[in-house]
Design a protein around this ligand. Structure first.
Ligand code: HEC
Length: 103
């Protein structure tokens, strides 16, 4: 288990979803551009830059390195999702070439 995962499950998953998969209209963090910019991530998660839009500041609960651990966990979830997608398209292409019906 990655370091940030437990913290994510405890503090973020209620709104952003289990395994970082968002089910509501709240951003799926795996596809967020913020994920690639550590300083923006800190500004939102610690600094409360999006507090007026319903994303609370976790300043009282998290140190910056803990927020950074959560970011790393979500990056790894994003990479898993990308790998699964790439694998599916390889499998689909194979089914198309061999003439079998793709399910
Ligand atoms: C009370 C619900 C709630 C909780 C708990 C919550 N968030 Fe959010 N979060 C939101 C909402 C709503 C937004 C969308 C804000 C907006 O529209 O800009 C958001 C947006 C974000 C964004 C910006 C994403 C983007 O694509 O712009 C980041 C990063 C983020 N949250 C990280 C976290 C992390 C990390 C945690 C746990 C420490 C967390 N959030 C916990 C509600 C929540």
């Amino acid at each position: 288990m990655l370091y940030g995962q437990g913290t994510y499950d405890r503090l973020c998953s209620n709104c952003h979803g289990d395994n970082a998969v968002s089910v509501k209209s709240i951003p799926d963090l795996r596809y967020s551009a913020t994920l690639r910019r550590a300083s923006d991530w800190t500004a939102i998660v610690i600094g409360g830059a999006r507090a007026p839009k319903g994303m609370p500041s976790f300043k009282e609960m998290l140190a910056e390195d803990e927020a950074e651990n959560i970011r790393h966990y979500i990056v790894s979830e994003a990479n898993k999702a990308r790998a699964a997608k790439a694998w599916r398209s390889v499998a689909d292409g194979h089914a198309a070439r061999s003439g079998s019906a793709s399910t």
